[in-house]
Design a protein around this ligand. Structure first.
Ligand code: NDP
Length: 254
């Protein structure tokens, strides 16, 4: 009988939605690996909180837009897990890390597009590829997209298009990984009050009001609205949910 805890890897788990996901997943009795880009201190705090809850947790530095760093990250993580659990494997991968770009089509530069492409598509593709041998059969992948693939707000053409690409990639992954019973789903949050995009949803009152006014539940989203849904996708109860895009937006722009 399997007694080992399941393990989830969440990219960008130091702040915002990723932090909330990490805590919600730990609450389900799942051990957690998070990555951070620059904020080691914030990542260490998340790890401390999870250890206090009685789950194992560790943080690794990773730039998910730098494909060249993936081999050494995967090897470092696998070596650590092997030592702790006699297995280098994880059960769930949450591709969450990301940065914002608000730029109208007329002003977008090639460099800006490359940066969004690397972090929101190419990095997700190749990190997933490198990790596939280390995801246990029967596990799952959750890719974080955005409400902006369905609804259109000026300035998000590149970001929204590349999140759409991740949604399509997720359906291909679900098909190709079905024989390993690995489920692949997309969570598409509406506008959520985090540091994202300089804290625009949280700190820009005009934009916050605008989003609240077009949201059926009458406010912008909070990290707590998202983490539990991702955690649910890391449980046996959600096993039959596969290849789905689940929008979590309080009914934004319906
Ligand atoms: P935050 O800005 O609050 O947090 C971003 C996280 O990503 C941090 O943990 C940060 O690490 C990490 N990160 C940033 N750049 C890199 C990088 N180059 N490599 C690896 N990690 C990196 O953003 P949110 O939590 O709001 O967003 C998380 C995800 O949710 C993103 O994919 C975003 O596109 C998506 N999303 C967000 C929405 C929103 O309104 N907030 C709406 C819809 C989708 P560090 O702390 O070290 O900087």
């Amino acid at each position: 009988m399997e007694t080992r805890n399941k393990i989830a890897l969440i990219t960008g788990g130091s702040r915002g939605l990723g932090k909330n996901m990490a805590l919600a997943i730990a609450k389900k009795g799942i051990d957690v690996v998070i990555t951070y880009h620059a904020n080691k201190e914030a990542a260490d705090e998340v790890v401390e909180q999870i250890l206090t809850m009685g789950q194992n947790a560790i943080a690794f530095q990773l730039d998910t837009s730098n494909m060249k760093s993936f081999d050494s990250f995967v090897s470092e993580m696998a070596t650590h897990l092997e030592k702790e659990n006699n297995s280098p494997n994880i059960d769930y991968l949450i591709n969450n890390a990301g940065t914002a770009l608000y730029a109208p089509v007329t002003d977008t530069t090639e460099e800006q597009m490359d940066a969004v492409f690397n972090i929101h598509y190419k990095g997700v593709f190749f990190l997933t590829q490198k990790l596939l041998p280390f995801i246990n059969d029967g596990g799952g992948i959750v890719n974080i997209s955005s409400g902006l693939t369905r609804l259109v707000m000026p300035g998000s053409a590149v970001y929204g298009s590349l999140k759409s690409a991740v949604e399509t990639l997720s359906r291909y992954l679900a098909k190709e990984l079905g024989s390993r019973r690995i489920r692949v789903n997309v969570i598409a949050p509406g506008a959520i009050a985090t540091d994202f995009g300089g804290g625009r949803v949280r700190d820009n009152k005009e934009f916050n009001d605008q989003v609240a006014n077009i949201t059926a539940l009458g406010r912008v989203g909070l990290p707590d609205d998202i983490g539990g849904v991702v955690a649910f996708l890391c449980t046996a109860e959600s096993f039959w949910i596969n290849a789905q895009r689940i929008e979590v937006s309080g009914g934004q722009a319906i």
